[in-house]
Design a protein around this ligand. Sequence first.
Ligand code: SF4
Length: 443
Amino acid sequence: MDQTLRPYADQTAPRYTSYPTAPHFTDQVDGETVQRWLGELPEDTDLALYLHVPFCRDICWYCGCHTVGTRKDAPVLEYAAMLLREIGIVAGATRARRVKAIHWGGGTPNILTPEAFEDLAAEIAARFDLSGLEEHAIELDPRTLTAAQIEAFARVGVTRASLGVQDLNPHVQESIGRIQPYEQVAEAVERLRVGGVQKINLDLMYGLPNQTLADAQRSAALAAGLHPDRLAAFGYAHVPWFKARQRLIAEPALPDAETRFDQAEAIRDTLAAHGYRAIGFDHFARADDPLAAAAEDGRLGRSFQGYEEARADALLGFGASAISTYPQGYAQNAPDLGGWSRAVAAGRLATVRGRSVTAEDRVRRDIIERLLCAFEADVRPDGGLAAFPGAADALAPLAADGLVAIDDDVVRVTQKGRPFARLVAQAFDAYRAGSTARHSVAV
Ligand code: SF4
């Protein structure tokens, strides 16, 4: 690691999947606000739908998601029945119908039985117009994937599956409470392709307990050898004060900041050697993947799933804890299953918090997105750096160390600075100074 980068490796920064970020959501946005926002959406709004399934068979120790463990099917089926109702409530509040993308996340969406999954998909198809659907994606746990589920995905028209891989070395898997041999992942990929789900994403992690540089490299090479369309490499965020399950992770076994950085670089180099293009700071795509084309012609965007082709005007989130993005702002459903299902059972929107987006927020959000997606933002049309108090001061040390170049109010993240793009983006975050939120380290 270049020693000028060392001081930055420990710094924390949000992932900026929204701006303002979720810690700045308040209860000023509630069901009534969202009822109005939905009502204001024009008929020709392009929608993306996100369905959250907050259940898993076993809980992995490193997990930072909103999810609970269950061995029984009953709670999952009850949840699916409530999701059906929520789809009706939301669809009934808006004239917007045109869906461009559907994403099932979790938790483990394939904890749903094939019947429950197909019922939900049928309800979406009945309530919305899917004739222009460009992508139908689902996150899957390869350990519990069944043949009947794959058949259901094919019938519904699922186009893309994301599989959580994390690391493919047995000793690392033991340290994170997720045993998932390489053969199991390879078999799941093969079965999905044969079954008709052609596009595959694999998610890797670095910074895991007992994970060495060689482990991260080996996992990346094995994953690339399965020829997924896309890969993502996320740094493990150790936030045990926020996610109690992470207390099971042996803290002394976590790699230090320098090793994390080197692991991220090693994964990047390994994937590049296998022909993958780096997209933003943590995604990779095959040259023939639409994400690579989107990155090249400036259509890359950020959503709660990370990098994506910008295609929707509004993202409607369904399920406990799901976050929606409207032109007017963000809205989050009740994170607890009880609160969410009580609202839905009463026929109400389950929003408990969110944030209206001001004109200034929009300008800053756009700059942050450009810095993270294109690594460059020309702030001259926005009044130059002087229009963003504190930004120039925040950028000065990054510029002195060669992470960012500022030329006539055009801010460019250098090649050296790309792993720290979130720190550069943070210079334009007006809420950061007063924030008490604790974020994960920037690499
Ligand atoms: S990592 Fe995935 S499978 Fe593991 S507990 Fe979290 S959501 Fe569930």
